[in-house]
Design a protein around this ligand. Sequence first.
Ligand code: ADP
Ligand code: MG
Length: 477
Amino acid sequence: MDTLDTKELWRQILLRLYPTVRHDHFITWFADTAVLRIDGGMLVLGVPTQFAYSWLAQHYRERIIEIAKVLKPEVEDISIVVDAALSNKDDVRKVLLTSIVPDVKKVRKLPNKQEVKVVGSDTVSYMFNPKYTLSNFIVGKHNRLVHAACQAVAANPGSQWNPLFIYGGVGLGKTHLLQGIGREILKNFPDKIVVYFSSERFLNEVVDAIKKFNAHDFKARYRNVDCLIIDDIQLLADKDRTQEEFFHLFNELYNANKQIILSSDRPPKELAGIETRLQSRFEMGMVAETHFPDYETRLAILQNKCSEQQVMLPPEVLDFIAYNIHHSIRELEGVLMQAVAQMRLENVTPTVKSVGAIIRKLDRGSKDLVGVTKEQMDAKLSIRNAEDVINLVADYYRIPSSELRGTLRKREIMLPRQVCMYLIYEVLGHSYDTIGDYFSGRNHTTVLHSYNKVKSKLAKDSKLLQDIHALKKDMGL
Ligand code: ADP
Ligand code: MG
């Protein structure tokens, strides 16, 4: 790749920019541009007018540098210069754009600047956040599978595991993994075109394309993409037209062995409002879940964050945070960062007490915090997986765990079974599907039903509330 001449380099850059920029904007802003030369590490980009200069500098500069660096490692920066001679030079435009834009006829007329109306930001949220890489994702027992799947896809996109579908609760690392894979693919295969979309952005793209052009153009726009990543696909629920377009795009990319990577807050089958034909396509490749990590991994994430931030916190404070945050890594990081901010601003070392106050504030005081005592630690560490929860509940209600998992529909077993499913969902954050597997392969709707039943009963049944409290206490929560 680094032997590209300037013309080919610019073409390659535009090829990667095109899927991320609105079609009409692309033609407006990039038709008469050219890489003039590369001077030392400086890529000199020529644009025809002052107006184009401002626009490109403001909106695309970073993105162009990012792509250029991948294609030609010696590039360090770009300088944009106005060169009126480029204006409407047919040959530049044709050569450049015919191989990029699907419908060449659309290149014929450039709107003048008064006609260009721009609403909102133009580029897709395409730039990968350098914070998120596969190598700084901390791997523990709970997320080994999903991480391995991401690595396999990054090493070999478009082959074995397609699509890769990652699901899990809020703040459990889905966006981190998706961006990590995208970045890794670009590193391993600089000539591949990788596009990352948030679902909102994808929706806007489709709506835009439908308004301005037609469905054919929408698909054609992505024909060069080698890897399409869409985050939070559950947000496409009930967006029928977008789903329709996505369905066709999916098939086209899939049939061409292009990699598709999706994330969602729940597994394909539980995606209400998403067409079943899409759900079943999502299941064709690899489906992997991000679980809430165990205590050791939470601690490792905190330690890693501290070393990234170059701060040192007392070990018991890190322990305390790891123990008391049970829902998301985002929350875990949030508490840590507040403790760090406190330390920097007030120049005091955070303590278990001061961090406890931070957690209470975030949680509006509703949380029972667990101090770090040996007994609590032991109790907590004894609950590592669904099996531990099942055994605990079986003990508590004095029934054999095999009956709890079994299919017998007796009242004295059904309630404990529902409690058990409820706790696994609440404490370990497993999906309904996964939980169903622990209980003789029940399907997710049964588990969902049990969960809702316990939840609604809790409001009026004080005995049940007491049971749940006692069980949670046994778990060290
Ligand atoms: P989601 O997209 O699932 O809601 P994110 O990917 O935004 O979650 O993750 C929330 C935060 O937690 C991010 O800052 C991310 O870097 C961090 N995070 C999640 N899991 C891990 C992990 N295993 N190792 C390191 N950081 C993690
Ligand atoms: Mg996310």
